[in-house]
Design a protein around this ligand. Structure first.
Ligand SMILES: [Cu+2]
Length: 124
């Protein structure tokens, strides 16, 4: 007669659990590293929101969409700019390396209020 211990997980079952755990690692490490996405719309002559607060060393993706005419999005301090064709979502990654305020603005003339079309990225 063979004696059995009350609980002894089989080697096969242990390997199955280990395989399941290993398979889940890429999923949760990828989701933990996903940057925050911030939707920003542009229309004559405002960005919404016009204040974007970031944490120092945070990486985000701005999802910029012009609602009416071709706009430009420029953050001169950070060396970032892109055209905003109307109706097309443009993704702009930003890494906020240092604390401070950075002006962003429309740099394509879009009408008589163009000069006041701007906002701030505030990193703290
Ligand atoms: Cu403009």
């Amino acid at each position: 007669m063979i004696e059995q211990t009350p609980f002894r997980p089989s080697r096969r079952r242990s390997l199955a659990w280990l395989a399941a755990l290993a398979a889940s690692v890429p999923f949760w490490t990828a989701s933990a590293a996903m940057p925050r996405r911030i939707a920003v719309t542009a229309r004559r002559f405002v960005f919404t929101p016009d204040r974007i607060a970031l944490h120092k060393n945070e990486s985000v993706i701005l999802e910029l969409t012009a609602l009416d005419v071709v706009m430009g999005f420029s953050v001169p301090d950070l060396g970032i700019r892109t055209d905003l064709p109307p109706g097309k979502k443009m993704e702009v990654p930003i890494h906020a390396a240092a604390a401070g305020s950075h002006l962003f603005l429309c740099d394509i003339f879009c009408g008589s209020g163009h000069e006041s079309m701007n906002g701030l990225i505030e990193v703290s």
